[in-house]
Design a protein around this ligand. Structure first.
Ligand code: ARG
Length: 485
C-alpha cells in the first residue's frame, strides 16, 4: 500500500473534468465520491496500463512521439514517487487515475494531457482492476499450494495414525489422520481450480473500450492487451466497462475456499480441546487467558473461522451492488474495490495462519488411537464380518452387531473385551476369528477400496497428490507474463 497522505482540501473545480463546473463539490459529496483512500492500491496497475496505452498511442501516431516519451518518463517519475512514499495523494482528485494523471501533468507540462486520448477512466479502472485481481489470484494460488504442501507433509507422517472418523460428530469408523488431512488437500485443490478458471476467464483486456462506445482514434487494442499480459481484448466495449463478474468470480472462489479453511479451523478447535486431545497447537499459534492461568486458547483457529464471514460478506456486498445496474458504467461500480481488497487481504492472512498452525501442531497419536478403540468404531467391521464369515444378510448382521455393542456398553467395556461365549449367546455362528476385525487399526487397514482410508491407499494418495498439486507448473497454463513495468 502506498504511503503518502491524502489532502482533504477541495479546490474550486476539478482541473481534469471541471470545465463546465463553476463550483466544487459539497464537502460530503467530495467524501462520498472519492475513492483514493482505497484505490491508491491500484497504482502499479494504473501506471502499467498507462504505459501500455501510451506506447500504443505513439506507435499508432495518435500522439507525437516526443510527447509520448515525455509521458513515459513522467510515469516513471510518478512510479518512483509513489514507491518511495513521497507521493501526495489528494482526495480532491477523487481516484488513483486522476491523481497519477494530475501529477504527471505537473511534472511534464501540457504533454501529460495527451495521455488520456482515446481512453476513459471507465476502461482504465476496469483494466487496472483486472490486473490487480489477476495478481491477487496468483498470490492466493501460491498460498493455497503452500497449505496443501504442509497438509501433505503432515499426512505423510500420519498415513497410518488411526483415529475415529465421525459422522454427525459421533464416532463412526476408524480412519487415519493422514486420510483426514488429505480430504482438505482435495478441497483446496478444487479451490485452486476455481481461482485458475476465474483467472483464465478474466484475462481479457477492457482497455480501448473508452467510456462505453469505443473510440474514433485508430487504436490497436491487441497491442495493449498483449503488452499487459492479457490473452485478447474484450469483444464488446459496453460489456468491457460495465461488468465486474471477474471480481465476483474471484470473491466466489474465495468464499468457497474460506469456507473450507473455516471447517479445518473448526476441527482444530475441537481436536485441541482437552476432551479430544488429538492435537496440541504450538505456543506460536495459541494464546493465554488473562484470568485463567491454565488456558491455551486456539484463538488463531477461531479467528480463521470467524474471518470467513468477511470473505463471504464481500461476495454478497458486491453481488448486491451489481444486480440491477443498467449498462454501461455507473459509479456504483466504484464500490467493487473495497470488498475485493478486504476479501483478498483477509483470505491471504487466514491461509498463512492456517499453514503455520498445521505445520506446527503436535499430534497425539495415542489419544487418537485410544478414542478409535474405545467408542465401538469397529461395529461396522463386526457386521461386515458376520456377513462374510457367518453368511448373514447385512440387515441381520447389523442387528446382531447392535446387540453386541449394547452388551459391551452395558458392561462399560470395549467391543473386543466382550467374551466370545457372550457373543455366541447372541449369534452361535461367531468364532474366535472375530477378534481380528474388532481392532481399530485392522479396521482402517481393511478399507482398501479406491479413495479409502487404508494406510497403503493413503500413501499412494500422497504420492498422487504431490504430482497433481505440487509439481512445478509447466510453461503453459499458469503464470502468464505479469503486467510489464
Ligand atoms: N473511481 C472510479 C471507479 O472506481 C473510476 C471511474 C470513474 N468514471 C467515471 N465516469 N466517473 O469506478
Amino acid at each position: 500500500m502506498a504511503k503518502g497522505k491524502i489532502n482533504k482540501a477541495t479546490p474550486p473545480a476539478n482541473r481534469l473534468w471541471g470545465g463546465r463546473f463553476t463550483s466544487g463539490p459539497a464537502e460530503a459529496m467530495a467524501r462520498i465520491n472519492a475513492s483514493i483512500g482505497f484505490d491508491q492500491r491500484l497504482w502499479r496497475q494504473d501506471i502499467a496500463a498507462s504505459r501500455a496505452h501510451c506506447r500504443m498511442l505513439i506507435r499508432q501516431k495518435i500522439i507525437p512521439a516526443r510527447d509520448g516519451k515525455a509521458i513515459l518518463r513522467g510515469l516513471d517519475a510518478v512510479w518512483k514517487e509513489i514507491e518511495g512514499g513521497r507521493f501526495h495523494f489528494r482526495a480532491a482528485l477523487e481516484d488513483i487515475h486522476m491523481n497519477v494523471e494530475d501529477r504527471l501533468t505537473t511534472l511534464i507540462g501540457d504533454a501529460g494531457g495527451r495521455l488520456h486520448t482515446a481512453r476513459s477512466r471507465n476502461d482504465q479502472v476496469a483494466t487496472d482492476f483486472r490486473l490487480w485481481v489477476r495478481d491477487a489470484i496468483d498470490g492466493i494460488e501460491a498460498r493455497l499450494r503452500d497449505l496443501q504442501a504442509t497438509l501433505i507433509a503432515r499426512a505423510r507422517e500420519h498415513a497410518a495414525t488411526v483415529m475415529p472418523g465421525f459422522t454427525h460428530m459421533q464416532t463412526a469408523q476408524p480412519v487415519t489422520f493422514g486420510h483426514h488431512l488429505l480430504a482438505y488437500v482435495e478441497m483446496f485443490g478444487r479451490d485452486r481450480g476455481r481461482f485458475a478458471d476465474a483467472r483464465a476467464r478474466m484475462n481479457e483486456c477492457p482497455l480501448g473500450a473508452a467510456a462505453l462506445a469505443g473510440t474514433s482514434f485508430p487504436i490497436d487494442r491487441r497491442m495493449t492487451a498483449r503488452d499487459l499480459g492479457f490473452d485478447r481484448p474484450m469483444a464488446n466495449s459496453l460489456d468491457a466497462v460495465s461488468d465486474r463478474d471477474f471480481a465476483l468470480e474471484f470473491l466466489a472462489a474465495a468464499a468457497i475456499a474460506a469456507g473450507h479453511l473455516s471447517r479445518l479451523a473448526e476441527e482444530m478447535v475441537i481436536f485441541s480441546t482437552e476432551r479430544f486431545g488429538f492435537v496440541r497447537l504450538s505456543d506460536a499459534f495459541s494464546t493465554g487467558s488473562s484470568i485463567m492461568p491454565q488456558k491455551r486458547n486456539p484463538d488463531g483457529a477461531e479467528l480463521v473461522r470467524a474471518k470467513t464471514g468477511r470473505v463471504i460478506g464481500a461476495l454478497i456486498a458486491l453481488a448486491v451492488v451489481m444486480k440491477g445496474l443498467p449498462l454501461a458504467y455507473s459509479k456504483d461500480m466504484q464500490e467493487d474495490k473495497e470488498p475485493v481488497f478486504e476479501a483478498a487481504d483477509t483470505f491471504a492472512l487466514t491461509l498463512e495462519v492456517m499453514t503455520g498452525m498445521v505445520a506446527d501442531m503436535s499430534v497425539d497419536a495415542k489419544a487418537m488411537r485410544a478414542a478409535a478403540d474405545g467408542a465401538y468404531a469397529t461395529a461396522t467391521d463386526l457386521a461386515d464380518w458376520l456377513v462374510r464369515a457367518g453368511g448373514l444378510t447385512f440387515r441381520q448382521a447389523h442387528h446382531v452387531a447392535g446387540r453386541i455393542v449394547k452388551l459391551a456398553e452395558d458392561r462399560g467395556v470395549r467391543l473386543d473385551a466382550v467374551p466370545l461365549a457372550d457373543m455366541q449367546a447372541i449369534e452361535p455362528g461367531i468364532g474366535a476369528e472375530v477378534f481380528k476385525v474388532l481392532g481399530a487399526e485392522r479396521s482402517a487397514a481393511s478399507r482398501t477400496s479406491e479413495g479409502g482410508t487404508a494406510p497403503r491407499r493413503v500413501r499412494a494418495a500422497i504420492a498422487a497428490a504431490e504430482k497433481r498439486f505440487l509439481a512445478k507448473p509447466g510453461r503453459r497454463g499458469r503464470g502468464k507474463a505479469r503486467a510489464r513495468r
